[in-house]
Design a protein. Structure first.
Length: 155
């Protein structure tokens, strides 16, 4: 059995100048705060030598709001925020012949991951973004030179 995943949290504060190439030319910005987390666990079972099958879950939540006292032009929006929650589940298939998972000198890694979105849970009227689909990267690692510098080789 192989357990893998990702857990992250972010708290960003930055000035938003608008959209487009000339958005910042006026020098007017809106202070934005974004807080969010991501939880992406995977559970894989070995079904043959170097072959794993399993499932993954993805849960992402991002809230975007105005930070502090915004300029008068955006005063009507004060106190409002945009909340996006996205979840998905899907199958995972992995073929892994690498000699070392973290610093491979030889071997092949082929991953297949697909996410199907769950029903969005969010405030009414906001759209949910779901980048579901297939991901099939393949990597081959090889050792090079007398110092055995390890470089990944994609393809």
């Amino acid at each position: 059995m192989r357990i893998d995943g990702f857990l992250g949290y972010v708290d960003l504060r930055y000035p938003f100048f608008g959209v487009g190439s000339t958005a910042g030319s006026a020098g007017v910005s809106v202070p934005i705060v974004q807080k969010g987390y991501a939880f992406v666990p995977e559970l894989l079972y070995q079904v043959a030598k170097s072959t794993f099958l399993g499932a993954r879950l993805r849960a992402v939540r991002v809230e975007t709001a105005l930070d502090g006292s915004p300029p008068a032009i955006v005063e009507p929006l004060t106190g409002q925020s945009i909340l996006v929650t996205s979840t998905g589940v899907g199958p995972v298939a992995v073929y892994d012949t690498r000699d070392n998972e973290m610093n491979a000198a030889s071997g092949v890694l082929i991953d297949f991951r697909q996410l199907r979105r769950a029903e969005p849970r969010q405030r009414p009227g906001l759209s949910d973004v779901h980048p579901g689909g297939e991901l099939l990267p393949a990597r081959r690692a090889r050792g090079v030179g007398p110092a055995r510098l390890r470089l990944p080789r994609f393809g």
